[in-house]
Ligand binder design. Structure first.
Ligand code: ADP
Ligand code: MG
Length: 394
């Protein structure tokens, strides 16, 4: 379904309110990674180029609603934006009653989550946000799976609501990969818990030609095949679910490969010494912290044979060097593969940075939760709103 796109609209002299994702990491009152800010610049510059008066809004962290808390102030973001844009970006503390901004200027509204009703998508709050603008631009993919006042509600009441280039680009890339993918389509799902990703595993089994698991998720599958997993992170309650998924894969003539070897330790720590074991030789006092080298090599083979690769979740505790090998091998295999590759997820992005493989990944999704919900085929509330508005405006 179609939504309006910012690049197609006349913004000359208009007040343009852009929902950004400036939820950036901070330390000591300074931005420590400005990736999300840099990603937003082309949209802001495009709006300025079209003659707009630009009003930016974003959340940062999880402050208590209704209470100002310096720690969650967007002041450092305003400073970073000013530097990048080469023009002053003023932070507006109280903005719900109206803001002053002229064409060619950019202002940043203080953290949307300081406003009571933001998370509950309060209509009165959404209407006050909408009243600030002539055009609302949703450009924060990472928040598109949340129906909140600044992501979804506001779009219903703004005179015009459209998708920004960053959001639209993300949706286009994900659609391309999922609707008519280059086959075989491979999904790699790692990370800590099956429970948070069970429904995505089921959907992926349906949609993909091959599913491989790693991390805490693989541990649950290892336990489901009857092997000892010792003190590993795994979910006993989900063994049945894992067995069912393995059966389903077999019924479809495929499989979910179980690691043949693993890297274990006696404690969960950066300096724990690592041993490689066959998967059926894990001690009761050991923790599986990574897939083993043979397994990683098998996974790399599968990756090289794929036409499209979707990746969410590290396959081991990559934050500890001794247990980073599996994730490094997988990341480098994706980097070198000719497949169209898409990766998303907070820790997955950290791993991509750590192993410096971003250049070889076709598309890196900025959203974790939103990426997974999109992959599952769920409609993202903010996108549904844009589609609805696209129909009524045209
Ligand atoms: P993402 O944020 O990319 O969606 P998750 O949040 O689901 O990924 O999982 C990432 C975390 O999973 C990492 O911090 C990593 O250390 C952890 N992890 C991976 N494998 C294991 C394991 N075998 N045991 C414990 N934790 C693991
Ligand atoms: Mg995570």
């Amino acid at each position: 379904m179609a939504y309006l796109r910012m690049q197609d609209l006349d913004l000359d002299g208009r007040r343009v309110l852009i929902r950004e994702d400036f939820n950036v990491p901070m330390a000591d009152g300074a931005v420590t990674s400005d990736k999300r800010i840099v990603a937003a610049l082309p949209t802001i510059q495009q709006a300025l180029g079209k003659g707009a008066a630009v009003i930016l809004m974003s959340h940062l962290g999880r402050p208590v609603e209704g209470e100002y808390d310096e720690q969650y102030s967007l002041a450092p973001v305003a400073a970073s934006l000013s530097t990048h844009l080469g023009q002053k970006v003023q932070l507006v503390q109280d903005w719900l009653g109206g803001v002053e901004v002229k064409p060619g200027e950019v202002i940043l509204c203080q953290n949307v989550r300081f406003n009571p009703g933001e998370k509950a998508n309060d209509e009165a709050l959404a209407r006050r946000m909408a009243a600030l603008c002539d055009v609302f631009v949703m450009d924060a993919f990472g928040t598109a799976h949340r129906a909140q006042a600044s992501t979804e509600g506001v779009g219903h009441y703004a005179p015009i609501a459209c998708a920004g280039p960053l959001l639209a680009g993300e949706l286009d890339a994900l659609k391309l990969a999922l609707e008519d993918p280059q086959r075989p389509l491979l999904a790699i799902v790692g990370g800590s818990k099956v429970s948070t990703k069970l429904s995505v595993l089921e959907t992926l089994l349906d949609r993909t030609d091959q599913l491989i698991v790693g991390g805490g998720i693989a541990n649950t599958f290892i336990a489901a095949t009857g092997h000892e997993v010792g003190q590993s992170l795994y979910e006993p309650d989900l063994i049945d679910a894992a067995q069912r998924l393995v059966r389903l894969a077999h019924e479809r003539g495929g499989n979910i490969p179980i690691p043949v070897d693993v890297v274990v330790a006696k404690s969960f720590s950066a300096d724990a010494s690592a041993s490689v074991r066959p998967v059926d030789a894990v001690g009761e006092d050991e923790l599986i912290l990574d897939i083993g080298p043979l397994t990683a090599a098998n996974y790399a083979e599968i990756i090289w044979g794929a036409g499209t690769v979707l990746w969410n979740g590290p396959v081991g505790v990559f934050e500890f060097e001794n247990f980073a090998g599996g994730t490094r091998t997988v990341a480098e295999a994706i980097e070198k593969s000719r497949a169209f590759s898409i990766a998303g997820g907070g820790d997955t992005l950290a791993a991509i940075d750590q192993f410096d493989v971003a250049g070889g990944i076709s598309y890196i999704s900025t959203g974790g939760g939103a990426f997974l919900e999109f992959v599952e085929g769920k409609t993202l509330p903010a996108v549904a709103m844009l589609e609805q508005r696209g129909r009524t405006e045209n």
